[in-house]
Ligand binder design. Structure first.
Ligand code: BG6
Length: 493
């Protein structure tokens, strides 16, 4: 099914996101013939650029970042236009509306518009208001949709305020809040793995699952994003959105139908069941860390405080490990551990389901072996796939046990193409399907859980920010979070 004819309007089009993610994803959709017949992108920004200059700039992005970069892109690039104005000034929106309406006639996009906010978050409440002043937020004939990038709020209060601001001008059904993790193929596959296989679902509860681990590690530092990151930190940047979303998909109940309402209803229920972490117990449940100067694979790497744009005395966390519980029927008493960080040994996102051990260890008491088996590892990226680890008899005398793997790699599916997250999400919005976008109540529920932790960190300087040398798995104390004789799984490259 192809989307209806429309124009995609990108606010903040001279920025990095447009060049690295949005335009390459659109180019890939174009080459799969998934874009509508009459389609255009209208990039907006303060930087003065002609259509030609914008196309040249975007052409570089496509060559570098699109999956189908080897293709000829001229026809696609011809569909890109640019209009320069000060998007902070309501009085300048009339000129923009005129340009948009003119382009709409030229292209034949039938008055259907998607507005994509790829701007700094301070613009999120302003743009919808100015669009509404021009009557661009609704239409009797065409569709009007609004895509909002992360970060969605800075804390609970600002997220609630932002929801309120958006809802003054757009209905919830018109608002598409992006969390690009939901656009990842393997994240969606979590639902299929769980709900289309009779083998797993009966075991998927407190009776058979001992604990769940979710790790998202990166082997790079903050790079050129120090200014943004220092004000955000790993908790806001990764945990509040991506990691809690992964947790929700692991933990949710089966939806009644595969549609936006049913799936998003189940996600929000998990987020609302997260047991609050009391402010005075934060240190028992959450470890924060910051990478320090070190040598990684023989190379000197900067510490976080030496990064450009970062306060040399910064206490912003670049690592978070935490333990929490989901207080509901299915998960009562099962600990969930999540961990994320910059400058760790490798880039990997995975979920590990640790099944309950056998009640009595007949063959081996070896703790290391017991730790390794009985696991299901869902590899979100890279090397997308699914791994089961269990114990087998070592051939020969006696009953020695060894852990073995049953491993599925997406790459083995031959020429199957894995679309990028932005490709999938942009297409869904064009088709009017919000299933893989976050709903307002879910965003607020996630903030409600995170907010007291951030407040405790802010108000209580005695809560440690543990230093960890770049290239290691974060502060050693994060191992102490895990109960019993368990540790985190340390995936290798
Ligand atoms: C973004 C964060 O949302 O996700 C970045 O702002 C992080 O700091 C990125 O690097 C990770 O995404 P992915 O898809 O590379 O795992």
């Amino acid at each position: 099914r192809k989307p209806q004819n429309h124009i995609l309007v990108i606010f903040g089009a001279s920025g990095d996101l447009t060049k690295r993610k949005l335009i390459p994803a659109l180019a890939d959709l174009y080459h799969q013939e998934l874009l509508p017949e009459n389609f255009a992108v209208l990039g907006l920004g303060r930087t003065e650029l002609s259509d030609e200059q914008f196309r040249d700039k975007m052409s570089d992005g496509v060559k570098e970042f699109a999956s189908k970069k080897e293709r000829e892109h001229n026809d696609f690039l011809d569909q890109l236009y640019y209009y320069s104005f000060n998007t902070k000034e309501g009085s300048e929106y009339e000129g923009f509306r005129n340009r948009l309406e003119e382009l709409d006639k030229e292209v034949g996009s039938e008055g259907n518009f998607i507005f994509y906010l790829a701007t700094p978050p301070s613009m999120y409440p302003l743009v919808p208001k100015f669009l509404a002043e021009q009557g661009l937020n609704k239409s009797d004939s065409g569709f009007r949709r609004l895509i909002v990038e992360k970060p969605f709020g800075y804390d609970l209060e600002s997220a609630q305020q932002l929801n309120c601001d958006l809802l003054k001008y757009f209905h919830e059904e018109q608002i598409y809040r992006i969390d690009h993790y939901l656009g990842k193929e393997t994240v969606q596959n979590l639902l299929v793995t769980r709900f289309s296989n009779g083998i797993f679902e009966p075991l998927w509860n407190r009776n058979f699952i001992h604990h769940v681990e979710v790790t998202s590690s990166e082997d790079i530092g903050v790079g050129g994003r120090g200014g943004y990151y220092d004000d955000s930190g790993a908790m806001r940047d990764m945990v509040q959105n991506h990691l809690l979303l992964l947790t929700s998909l692991v933990a949710m109940e089966p939806p009644t139908l595969v549609n936006a309402e049913s799936i998003r209803n189940e996600i929000v229920k998990v987020l609302q069941s997260l047991r609050p972490i009391p402010k005075d117990k934060v240190e028992d449940f959450v470890i924060r860390g910051q990478y320090t100067e070190s040598k990684v694979r023989g190379e000197d790497v900067k510490g976080y405080r030496q990064e450009e744009g970062v306060d040399p005395k910064s206490r912003t966390e670049t690592f978070v490990a935490m333990k929490f519980f989901i207080d509901n029927w299915r998960w009562a008493g099962v600990p969930f551990y999540i961990r994320t960080g910059k400058m760790l040994p490798t880039r990997v996102t995975e979920i590990v389901i640790h099944f309950q051990p056998t009640p009595h260890h007949l063959f081996s008491e070896d703790k290391e072996i017991l730790r390794q088996q009985n696991q299901m590892v869902i590899r979100i990226q890279p090397d997308e796939g699914l791994l089961m680890k269990f114990g087998m008899k070592v051939p020969g005398a006696g009953f020695r046990v060894q852990d073995v793997n049953m491993d599925f790699h997406y790459s083995e599916l031959g020429d199957t193409y894995l679309p990028s997250a932005y490709e999938r999400l942009l297409l869904d919005c064009m088709l009017g399907d919000p299933t893989l976008y976050s709903r307002g109540d879910a965003v607020e529920a996630a903030w409600k859980f995170i907010d007291p932790i951030l407040k405790a960190w802010k108000e209580n300087p005695c809560i440690k920010v543990h230093g960890y040398p770049g290239g290691t798995w974060g502060p050693d104390v994060s191992d102490d979070l895990i109960e019993g004789n368990m540790t985190w799984r340390y995936p290798c490259k």
